[in-house]
Ligand binder design. Structure first.
Ligand code: GDP
Length: 299
C-alpha cells in the first residue's frame, strides 16, 4: 500500500516536471549543476530560503565528503531534504482527552470536507468513535457534503440549517461528551458572505468550543491544497496567527502539485504535517514521512 501512494505522489511530481532527478544526470558536480538545482528547487515551490538552505547543505557536504559524481550529490540532497522536512513528521495522537476535539479550517476548495471524510475513516478504522460537526452553516452545500461523508462512514453528525457556527460547534462538543465519543471533528467555513470576517468567525468558534470543554480544541488543523504553491505558506502563517495551528493536511499531492512547498513550510513555519491527500477516495490519506517524501520529490 505504501508503494501505492508513493507511486501516486512521485508520478504526480513527475507530471509537473518538478521532480529534481534531471539535475543529476550529467557527468560532474560543477557550478552548472548547482545553478540547475537552484532553479529546480525554486520551480518546485521550495521558496528562496529553503532553496538556499538546501544548496548550502549540499555544497558543504559535497566538499567535506569529496564527492565527485552527481549521483552522490543527489543522495546528499535527499539526506538534506529529509533533515529539513523531519520536523514536520509528527503523528496525530488522540485518546488523551475524551472527546479529542479537532477543529478543521481551510479555504474553500482546498479539500477540507474530503479530508474530514478520510480522517473519519482513518480514526474509525483505528476503533475511535467519531462525531462530526457541520459548523460551516453558511453554505447549504457544505452541510450536505459533510452529511454524505458522515453517511459513508456511518458516524453521527450535528448539523443545523442556518444555525450559528459557534452554537453548532458548542452543541457538537457537548453531545460528544454526553455520548462518550472519542473524537469530535468540527468542519468550519472556508469563505463567508462578504461582510463577515473569516478569521474572526473561526476565533469565535474556538472560544465557544472552549466553553463546552476547557481543554478543547485539542487540535486545530489547516487543510491546504498542494497546488497553491508559495501561497500555502501565506495561508499557514495567517491561520496560525489567528488560531494557533497544531497540524496541517496537504491535499492533492497526486495531481499537479510541485511538492516543494513542504520545504518552504519546514523552513519558515514548521507546523506538523499530519497527513497528505493523494486522491479523491476515502482511503487516499497517508501519514507524512520526511524520508519518503524527499525520495519522491527527487524522482
Ligand atoms: P473544501 O471546499 O475544502 O471542503 O473541498 P472539497 O473537500 O469539497 O474538495 C474539493 C475538490 O478537491 C473535490 O473535487 C475533491 O474530490 C478534491 N480533492 C480533495 N482532496 C483531494 C486529493 O487529495 N487528491 C485529489 N486528486 N483531489 C482531491
Amino acid at each position: 500500500e505504501r508503494q501505492g501512494w508513493f507511486g501516486k505522489l512521485s508520478s504526480g511530481l513527475r507530471k509537473t516536471g518538478s521532480n529534481l532527478s534531471q539535475v543529476f544526470t550529467g557527468g560532474v558536480i560543477d557550478e552548472a549543476l548547482y545553478e540547475e538545482l537552484e532553479s529546480a528547487l525554486l520551480l518546485a515551490d521550495a521558496g528562496v530560503q529553503a532553496t538556499q538552505t538546501l544548496l548550502d547543505a549540499v555544497r558543504k557536504k559535497v566538499a567535506s565528503s569529496g564527492a565527485t559524481r552527481p549521483v552522490q550529490a543527489k543522495n546528499i540532497l535527499a539526506e538534506a531534504l529529509t533533515q529539513l522536512l523531519k520536523p514536520l513528521e509528527k503523528p496525530l495522537v488522540i485518546g488523551r482527552h475524551q472527546p479529542t476535539v479537532i477543529m478543521v479550517a481551510g479555504v474553500n476548495g482546498a479539500g477540507k470536507t474530503t479530508s474530514i471524510g478520510k480522517l473519519t475513516k482513518h480514526l474509525s478504522s483505528e476503533g475511535a468513535s467519531v462525531l462530526l460537526a457541520a459548523a460551516d452553516t453558511f453554505r447549504a452545500a457544505a452541510r450536505e457534503q459533510l452529511a454524505i461523508w458522515a453517511d459513508r462512514n456511518t458516524v453521527e453528525i450535528v448539523s443545523q440549517e442556518g444555525g450559528d457556527p459557534s452554537a453548532v460547534s458548542f452543541d457538537a462538543v457537548s453531545a460528544g461528551r454526553a455520548r462518550g465519543k472519542d473524537v469530535v471533528i468540527v468542519d468550519t467555513a472556508g469563505r463567508l458572505p462578504t461582510q463577515l470576517h473569516l478569521m474572526e468567525e473561526l476565533r469565535k468558534i474556538k472560544r465557544v468550543v472552549q466553553k463546552a470543554d476547557a481543554s478543547a480544541p485539542h487540535e486545530v488543523l489547516l487543510v491546504i491544497d498542494g497546488n497553491t504553491g508559495q501561497n500555502a505558506l501565506t495561508q499557514v502563517k495567517a491561520f496560525d496567527a489567528a488560531l494557533g495551528l497544531t497540524g496541517l493536511v496537504i491535499t492533492k499531492l497526486d495531481g499537479t502539485a510541485k511538492g516543494g512547498v513542504l520545504a518552504a513550510i519546514a523552513q519558515e513555519k514548521p507546523v506538523p504535517v499530519y497527513f497528505i491527500g493523494v486522491g479523491e477516495k476515502l482511503e487516499d490519506l497517508e501519514t507524512f514521512s520526511a524520508r519518503e517524501f524527499a525520495l519522491a520529490l527527487l524522482g
